[in-house]
Design a protein around this ligand. Sequence first.
Ligand code: NAP
Length: 248
Amino acid sequence: MDLIDRVAVVTGGGRGIGAAIAQGLARAGAQVVVADIDAETAERTAASLREWGGSALSGRADVSRVADAHNLVATTLERFGRLDILVNNAGICPLATIEEVTEDLFDRVMAVNLKGVFFVSQAAVKPFKEQRSGRIINIASVGGKTGGIMPVAPYSATKAGVISLTKSFASYLAPYGVTVNAIAPGPATTDMTRDWPADRVQAITQSIPLKRLARPEDIAAVAVFLASDKASYLTGEIVDVNGGLLMD
Ligand code: NAP
């Protein structure tokens, strides 16, 4: 139980990778605040953690809204008196070719995936500096390095931005003993990829050296490691969890 008594916030924790990360952190002993734009799915994840014997709360937070981002951290501090681990996981990935991308789609993807990561992290800066400890774990994507293997140009640009934010926050917070890292998953078996054409998924799977998509648990295991004391000398790092799809 590496994370006993640590307090963690996971955005987009209602389902998919965020739910698996919330579960991994709770199993490692952390008290977890599951935040999601959908209060019902957030509570479902939190309830499953409590049923298992963990300590978890849920709350609605739309990370694209700065007020929600700041309120999420403030509420966590009110409730637990501290925040140790922030996982910026919430993200959206609409499929659209470059010609199909509208201004609304572009703005929404930027707001959730990039602005959200910035402002939730910004809210955590003050408590982390005061505590002189803390962990930020951002969920980027292999697409942030390659431009994407599906028609998701704005999404890939946000994930490149998340990689850059990871390094900016890592440099800024290092003097306070706070580490900031990112995980760059390859395609994973969640609702985000559920509507991808089956033949495309098959072709992608064949191109992955380990011959399968990521499972949410593959990403959660790395997030739990990055949150633990074992990762205390790691910062500004982008950890590829992609079955060998991109080796760099
Ligand atoms: P998912 O199954 O679609 O889950 C995303 C979660 O985020 C959902 O619970 C969603 O709520 C929530 N969410 C969406 N917009 C939000 C907002 N504005 N504020 C708060 N929560 C919000 O996706 P996933 O596959 O687990 O992806 C999780 C992260 O991993 C994302 O950052 C994604 O880019 C990244 N990633 C995924 C893959 C992949 O292949 N799946 C690969 C690389 C990286 P709703 O249920 O209401 O929509």
